[in-house]
Write a protein that binds this ligand. Structure first.
Ligand SMILES: Cc1cc(Nc2nc(/C=C/c3ccccc3)nc3cc(N4CCN(C)CC4)ccc23)n[nH]1
Length: 283
């Protein structure tokens, strides 16, 4: 999409895709090129009401400068008097979390492939000094070949982030690192913790620190702080080894992303694919 000021009239509606906390997402087609995109539409009044305009600005600044096959592209954005429109890459195989709920849990080769793709995307983000901070199944989409795409950079920041601003996380605590739930200074290692939580959830079917009752935030909070982890025997010893090396309380004790990509549980299922190309193969 060559740089120009786009407007809503350049697109035609195909169908709604989903409704998030702050925006509705639609499948759209650009009239001239017939190019299919996903468009996230956010009401300015909602942004102001929740003081989220800075967060949307940061989401746009960060995501529009990223180019990686496992990161959903933000092609452009525009606004009118009432709404902001984000023109995003369309991921044709939908939401990973719905696939996880349907399959309950993934076979080890599938979980290893997703963790490999996530680790390459996070390594790319961290090289650009970006922390995602909200890696969870709901923020993962599936591309045309079933490949993983990280979406929703609403909570991402440039590292290091003392994040003096109180984190009003109204979402689930399940994926947050101890230093995040305790509101302390945090680094890009919070994404490595979330990778460990996801690895566990892909293999077991539920996150490791889930409160016993739904929405039992206090229970989840204390289980995260204690790294109260119980890995079922059904998980292979190599997967268990990786999970234990990712879910370390102390950020510096967590396995670095380069080491994750060399871990036997990852290399066994992903062959030596060499460095995943970090640019898009065409639009
Ligand atoms: C930004 C974006 C989305 C996207 N693709 C899709 N998003 C959403 C649901 C999206 C959504 C958005 C906001 C809040 C909740 C859900 N659902 C989708 C469902 C899809 N299908 C086709 C494949 N089927 C297996 C499941 C239903 C395909 C793409 C989807 N590409 N880029």
């Amino acid at each position: 999409l060559i740089p120009k000021v786009w407007c809503l009239d350049d697109f035609e509606l195909a169908r709604p895709l989903g409704k998030g906390q702050f925006g509705q997402v639609y499948l759209m087609r650009e009239r001239q090129s017939r190019f299919v995109v996903a468009m996230k539409v956010v009401l300015k009044s909602d942004l102001l009401k929740h003081n989220m305009e800075h967060q949307l600005r940061r989401e746009i600044d960060i995501q529009s400068n990223l180019r990686h096959k496992h990161i959903l592209r933000l092609d452009t954005f525009f606004h009118d008097e009432k709404r902001v429109y984000l023109v995003l890459e369309y991921a044709p195989q939908g939401e990973l979390y719905k696939r996880l709920r349907k399959m309950v849990k993934f076979p080890e080769w599938q979980a290893s492939k997703y963790i490999y793709e996530l680790a390459t995307a996070l390594a790319y983000l961290h090289r650009k000094h970006v922390i995602h901070r909200d890696i969870k199944p709901e923020n993962l989409l599936l591309g045309a070949h079933g490949e993983l795409k990280i979406s929703d950079f609403g909570w991402s920041v440039h590292a290091p982030s003392p994040s003096s601003r109180r984190l009003t996380f109204c979402g689930t605590l399940d994926y947050l690192a101890p230093e995040m739930v305790e509101g302390r200074v945090h680094s890009n290692r919070v994404d490595v913790w979330s990778l460990g939580v996801l690895c566990y959830e892909f293999l077991v079917g539920k996150p490791p620190f889930e409160g016993l009752q739904e929405e039992d935030r206090q229970a989840t909070y204390s289980r995260i702080a204690k790294v109260d982890l119980d890995i079922p025997e059904t998980i292979s010893s190599e997967a268990r080894d990786l999970i234990l090396k990712l879910l370390k309380y102390h950020p510096d004790h967590r396995l670095g992303l380069e080491r994750v990509l060399l871990h036997p549980w990852i290399t066994r299922h992903n062959g030596t694919k060499g460095s995943s190309s970090s640019h898009n193969r065409g639009l």
